[in-house]
Write a protein that binds this ligand. Structure first.
Ligand code: TXA
Ligand code: MG
Length: 361
């Protein structure tokens, strides 16, 4: 199969390009498209065949459910069994945007899309290409990140092409994405309707994946939320509730270690480790920030963004992890970004890539 890369205007998408892509979706095929978080690999969410093709193209385990993307709040009625009032409140505050909500699913959603679960994850992306494609494609597009399973999520069309060329017919290229890490996921499926028609929070809304929308932002809108304890857990019995969070994630070819602590001490330690590596004939790459760049001496020193602009770090993270594989280093050392506004989300991904290896100084 030849993979066509179609450049498309990210603000005012050309109608004929959207129509061509939507035609593929409606006939059960796959199209990769930009969203504000990462590129998605789309198929009609209500066609079992569409979801099956996604799993095959990504090499993804089929028990790992997909997020259904919609373009209008009213589209929820068809795919959700019962909507808790929190859904409207969160949608008003954050949709379209980088927030995914989980609900009890209706019969319209095939189990192929939800990985066999009775719940469905839904998101309204904040990107004109995505929204137009969803509308023209029938209103419901299942889309995981458009990477090969186990690789970093793609933040450019070129990343998608590297992973999926020959496996999908079309990539809509709307340029680099804005946010760079996947949406925050909040589980509202534990909130059920009482017999008297009122709503009760049987289970507190739970964050299954940290992202750009933080716990604080969510609780400002709907009151208390909690983190899935399985997210922090490295213990045997601690399983994350989002099936996708349990899989081994991308690890760069070079061993990655996070060094955490007071910034000057971190730099001193990283330089010492780099020196030690060099004496053994090993090349070291360092991931630092604009504020700290001048302190480092190593074979490769790369600045991931600015601490004054935490969003820049999220935006560059996945591209950085891909690039380091081509730089010929044996070991990578990274600063910690835990103290930044979206530090939880960034560290969740970075620590997975590091196999949870951290040096505290
Ligand atoms: O930003 C995003 O969310 C991107 C863009 C393309 O929208 N999509 C994305 O999809 O990150 P994916 O498939 O790479 O990650 C979806 C995550 C997985 O960890 C999956 O297990 C979880 O969502 N998930 C989906 N449905 C679920 C459900 N019903 N219950 C629990 N977890 C669910
Ligand atoms: Mg993914």
């Amino acid at each position: 199969m030849v993979t066509q890369i179609e450049k498309i205007n990210a603000v005012q998408p050309e109608k004929e390009k959207i129509q061509a892509a939507a035609g593929i979706i409606r006939s059960g095929g796959l199209v990769a498209f930009p969203t504000e978080t990462v590129y998605g690999l789309g198929a009609d969410a209500l066609l079992p065949e569409g979801s099956r093709r996604i799993y095959a193209a990504k090499g993804r385990p089929s028990d790992n459910p997909l997020i259904v993307h919609i373009a209008d709040f009213g589209a929820l009625d068809r795919i959700v069994r019962a909507l808790p009032p929190q859904a409207r409140m969160l949608a008003d505050a954050f949709w379209p945007g980088p927030l995914t909500m989980i609900f009890q699913k209706s019969d319209a959603v095939p189990y192929e899309t939800t990985g066999g679960l009775d719940t469905v994850a839904v998101r309204m992306p904040n990107h004109a290409v995505a929204l137009e494609l969803i509308r023209a494609g029938g209103g419901y597009i299942a889309a995981p990140s458009a990477n090969t399973s186990g690789r970093p999520s793609p933040t450019t069309a070129a990343h998608v092409y590297t992973d999926l060329q020959g496996k999908i017919p079309m990539i809509l290229d709307g340029g680099a994405v804005g946010i760079g890490i996947e949406s925050t996921i909040i589980d509202l499926s534990g909130i059920s309707r009482r017999a008297d028609g009122t709503w009760a929070g049987d289970e507190m809304p739970m964050i299954l994946r940290p992202g750009y929308i933080t716990g604080e932002m969510l609780s400002d809108v709907i009151g208390s939320v909690c983190d899935d304890p399985g997210l922090a857990g490295t213990g045997e019995n601690m399983r994350p509730k989002a099936p996708g969070m349990k899989y081994r994630h991308y690890a760069p070819k070079a061993e990655l270690t996070v060094v955490s602590g007071e910034p000057h001490r971190v730099a001193v330690r990283m330089n010492a480790i780099a020196e030690e590596n060099r004496s053994r004939g090993e090349r070291t790459g360092i991931i630092c920030t604009e504020e700290t760049r001048e302190w480092y001496r190593a074979d490769v020193v790369k600045c991931i963004g600015s601490r004054g602009d935490a969003d820049s770090i999220a935006r560059n993270l996945y591209a950085f992890l891909r690039e380091f594989d081509d730089l010929g280093v044996d070991r990578i050392l990274s600063e910690s970004f835990a103290d930044l506004r979206i530090g939880k989300a960034v560290m969740n991904r970075l620590l997975k890539a590091a196999g949870q290896r951290v040096i505290e100084v």
